[in-house]
Design a binder for this molecule. Sequence first.
Ligand SMILES: [Zn+2]
Length: 422
Amino acid sequence: MRQSELFTRARREAPTDEVAKNAKLLIRAGFIHKEMAGVYSYLPLGLRVIRKLENLIRRAMLALPAQEVLLPALQSKESWLATGRWDKMTDLYKLRDESGREFALGPTHEEVVTPLVKNFLSSYQDLPCLPAGRPFAIFQFQTKFRMEPRVKSGLLRTREFLMKDLYSFHRDAAGLKLFYDEVINGYRAIFKTLGLESSTYLTLAGGGTFAEFSHEFQTLTAAGEDRILICAACHLAVNEEIKDKRPTCPGCAGELSPPQTSIETANIFDLGTNFSRAFNLTYRDENGARQPVLMACYGFGVSRLLGALAEIMADDRGLVWPPPVAPFTIHLLPLGPAAGRPAAAARELYEQLQKLGLETLWDDRPVSAGEKFAEADLIGIPYRVVISDRTLAVSPKVELTERQNSGEKRLVTVNELCAFLG
Ligand SMILES: [Zn+2]
């Protein structure tokens, strides 16, 4: 993409109404726009990262295997009354239309997915035994709403947010456990791809109303709102909220670290028969008797992850995207006048990179070299390719810089560049 065609512009100054580093950086670099407190728009650069995060998570969900759906954000009050959460959940957005009818704006989708599945699940044959059978599991990417009283952490805590939520349905606890562990493995692989594996901990947490414990994935960052105690030996953690119940490591019973600040990037709840009982979701077993279905749900905060990456993977010059989810792979910066030799060489290289399928942002704007470099640092695309009279002087070369390894610049030929990045 030509940068001159991007309608967003990087800002020189950080927004004054944001406290959080992630929001300051993402707004300055033109990834997001603040509509109001806790509500953001995703602009072309930010949406490219969101779509890549979604696709990374989607691939992991399809591999489980689970099937993708899209459920409504507008939900019936009756379903929320059936589970008792219409009154219990204090951060639920409630709407009333002109006729006086009330609705919930969904912060989660058990109240939709459980009655939905009831239409398609009746016999034990619909719930094959795992691991041999195919799991009954449904996931979606959805805009969710939560009536947050305080929103000062940028994308880490918002009133409207993007989430992946997965729901699984089981005939027995053993099958649920197998699938639950598969999802944990899938989540671990996602954090590894993002380069967050060493700073992200599978964490034992309070189970809320459903079970004694739940699991969270907590990523260490000073901007987080949780505190976890870490076992260095097992790479497991315990949420501080439950420390009294479980003061040692859940893996090796060893000693835990002092509390460290973190953000919950994903979570997993064993829902037991809580929701299936509320909606009378049952299956007929081999003897014809009705049995309640066991359920679990598995969340992954997509927009929160965008915020966490901006918070963690940044330096004093700007954002530093991990290559798998960067908005573009290459930032192409020709220096000098539009009619100059570097500009012509950049046009040629851009076309070559397009043919190779390498996503390139070409800064074709008539601005100074200093401005191009400062914006490129701020936007944080992994590989910067500079073409100038200097790089073309002796033999036709380009200067390649890796954003993650910002000190190192090397002169390479176009063929070497394509071989390295392709
Ligand atoms: Zn341990």
